[in-house]
Design a protein around this ligand. Sequence first.
Ligand code: FMN
Length: 221
Amino acid sequence: MNKKAIFIITMVIAVVVIGVGIFFAINNSSNNQNNNIDPNENINNDNNSNDEQNNNQNDTNDNIGNNNSVVLYFSATGNTKRIAEYIQDITNSDIIEILPQEEYTSEDLDYSNDNCRANIEQNDDNARPEIANRIDVSNYDIIYLGFPIWWGDVPKIILTLMDTYDFRGKTVILFCTSGGSGIEQSLNTLRDYEGINFVEGERFSSSTSKDEIEEWICSLN
Ligand SMILES: Cc1cc2nc3c(=O)[nH]c(=O)nc-3n(C[C@H](O)[C@H](O)[C@H](O)COP(=O)(O)O)c2cc1C
């Protein structure tokens, strides 16, 4: 092989080596660029996941209003039921009706008759009319407890409720309906049950409007 041939071969090898070197150099730099993009993408993803977390937190906050309060009520003729449903709607609470094992007939409720069932129960300190349904309040912190006023006080079925279930540690906001009597005596009676944060609440008439109930709910804060 003459000198010229050796020179040409050397040059070709040199060109190939330099070419391969440049190729890898360019490739590396574009990889680095991609690597620079990825972390940014991750930052964006992190932002997204922060957004999700915030959304979840908002959901949780929303749920506080919705899921940890319940409207619990007894109603013999529908007045308290109507108010209870307004409260449920306004506060987005769950609702549970306290159902008597033996429904009250109109004769049972005829308080002009000394011997009607309701009057006999109200005159008997030990009367505890049975409740038909199981009432689970364990998941709730706030309970709106509603009832009609019977002879100035809570109907005895409310005491059955208090004797049967544990309300300690909970906030119990009272509400009632009546022909005119207030809620104060009911609060006095219920205060015998210790460890419960009772809120006196309000007495309503059979014609109280939803707007009035909303005003009352707002005033509770
Ligand atoms: C046995 C009995 C006793 C009552 N005692 C009173 C009372 O002392 N004061 C009063 O203002 N209303 C009294 N009421 C009227 C009820 O409190 C009122 O009609 C109430 O809105 C009924 O609620 P409800 O429809 O949810 O059962 C009495 C009603 C009954 C049946």
